[in-house]
Ligand binder design. Structure first.
Ligand SMILES: [Cu+2]
Length: 117
């Protein structure tokens, strides 16, 4: 008798605890994610061509062309591998400043990321 009562109590107290744990985990997960922004590569053009983001933003480039591209920053270490069709490259900007970049395969393709404090 006592055993089944205990099990019933556990079932009753266990569920709210699980719900509470999930509620606590969700905001933490959202914080870890941080802000995000996207740049499309389409028809040999970065869009938006100049992207302005807050410090800490992860920018993702997606290649919509049927030929590969890459992202090579001028004067900084950011450099992607070759981005094939429908592939992406992400980079988190942790410093404020203006980051000019080109496509490593087509250097006439130019873009800018402005990172604000
Ligand atoms: Cu290219």
């Amino acid at each position: 008798m006592t055993k089944s009562t205990e099990t019933g109590l556990l079932a009753r107290t266990g569920l709210p605890r699980l719900a509470l744990a999930l509620l606590l985990l969700l905001p933490l997960g959202a914080l870890a994610e941080g802000p995000k922004a996207d740049v499309k590569i389409d028809n040999f053009t970065f869009s938006p061509n100049t992207l302005t983001v807050r410090k800490g933003t992860a920018v993702t480039w997606t290649n919509h062309d049927d030929i590969p591209h890459s992202i090579v920053a001028i004067g900084s270490s950011m450099r992607s591998k070759t981005i094939d069709t429908d592939d992406t490259f992400s980079y988190q900007f942790d410093k404020a400043g203006t980051f000019n970049y080109i496509c490593g395969l087509h250097p006439h393709m130019k873009g800018t990321v402005v990172v604000t404090e």
